[in-house]
Design a protein around this ligand. Structure first.
Ligand code: ATP
Length: 220
């Protein structure tokens, strides 16, 4: 169950943003995607999730072409994304936000998944009936991770999970992500530097102005 990206090109409004991106995240491993603001991390994750049209190239997971996969099929295949900006629905409760992907994608074992999410993140179970707008930014990140985990049992894309999170919660997030890694998920974590992800990952890619190369190599 490898994530494979080959020669991916993405433009936004005729401006090339991702240029010939190739990378792979091997089965059950956690990899970092490190790059400054504006380097293209979010664009790459959104392209993998089929949220952006691509100009060309291949994106596959477990041999299946993600470019041709509908949203609900992605969710059913265990592929999920935690956006940088959390995107919770403020007026809904924590539990309703977490359940949202199950409702919209027809996930049948939602109850078991929810229990698993609460086992992994017991702190959010405590405020499951609170509205999202009542939570701190860090708490919202945990809820956003919980929501991504509802469908995300095989491949999880985490877009800057540590951004804007206070140190105590960052340590907790690291712990949770490390546990996820041990449970065999394939994970791609983006970060502007590798200060949090370096202890979690088995390898990293660096992204600079839309081009990607293994972190220990300089671009050609
Ligand atoms: P950040 O952490 O700041 O989000 P990033 O590495 O995730 O950085 P992207 O958000 O992928 O970077 O942006 C990559 C480039 O694409 C930037 O130059 C950005 O200005 C541009 N870009 C992204 N989305 C749009 C858009 N909707 N319209 C125009 N340009 C965009």
């Amino acid at each position: 169950m490898t994530l494979e990206i080959k020669n991916l090109n993405v433009s936004i409004g005729n401006i090339p943003i991702l240029r010939d991106v190739s990378l792979s995240v091997p089965s059950g491993q956690m990899f970092g995607l490190i790059g400054h603001n504006g380097a293209g991390k979010t664009t790459l994750m959104r392209a993998i999730m089929g949220l952006l049209e691509v100009d060309g190239g291949d994106v596959s997971f477990d041999g299946n072409d993600l470019r041709k996969m509908a949203d609900h099929a992605r969710a059913k295949n265990g592929i999920s994304y935690m956006p940088e900006d959390r995107r919770l629905i403020p007026s809904l409760t924590v539990e309703e936000n977490i359940l949202m992907p199950a409702w919209t994608n027809g996930i049948t074992d939602a109850k078991e998944r929810l229990e698993w999410v609460y086992d992994l993140l017991p702190e959010i179970a405590q405020f499951r009936q609170r509205r999202a707008l009542q939570l701190s930014g860090g708490q919202q990140k945990l809820v956003s991770l919980g929501r991504a985990l509802m469908p995300g049992r095989k491949l999880l894309l985490l877009d800057e999970p540590f951004e804007g999170v206070a140190p105590v919660l960052s340590r907790r997030l690291s712990e949770v992500i490390a546990n996820l890694g041990r449970s065999g998920l394939c994970v791609l974590i983006s970060e502007s530097d590798d200060s949090h992800s370096s202890d979690l990952v088995t390898g990293s890619y660096r992204i600079e102005r839309g081009t990607v190369h293994p972190a220990d190599m300089q671009p050609a």
